[in-house]
Design a protein around this ligand. Structure first.
Ligand SMILES: [Cu+2]
Length: 110
């Protein structure tokens, strides 16, 4: 089958997921690849801090994906597919961590 014959959804699914490194600490979230193409994503979330931190992906107030709290020094993996271009919010929802600075933006582009 020629590439041109592959429907866009199938083409997205066939592409290997884009890995995004994320570092969490008190109280910030660093996104090491803050601009990615639409499609399958693999968020590698490293807790560089002293407390447990989770990670929630939101857009327009809707929660799209949630990673359970990651222990200090540990890594959690969150897989999701984002097809819509735009800005997504990455937030830690533990206690008041978001208000103290644990939020970041991920941009999805064509
Ligand atoms: Cu946190």
């Amino acid at each position: 089958m020629l590439a041109a014959d592959v429907p866009p959804a199938a083409a997205l699914a066939a592409r290997a997921p884009t890995a995004i490194g994320i570092g969490e600490r008190e109280f910030s979230i660093a996104v090491y690849r803050p601009r990615v193409r639409a499609g399958r994503l693999k968020l590698n979330v490293r807790n560089l801090g002293e407390d447990a931190h989770d990670l929630v992906v939101r857009r327009g107030g809707r929660t799209l994906a949630t990673l359970a709290p990651v222990k200090p020094g540990a890594t959690g993996v969150l897989r999701l597919t984002l097809r819509t271009h735009g800005r997504y919010q990455l937030v830690c929802t533990v206690a008041d961590h978001a208000a103290r600075g644990m939020h970041a933006t991920l941009r999805v582009v064509a």
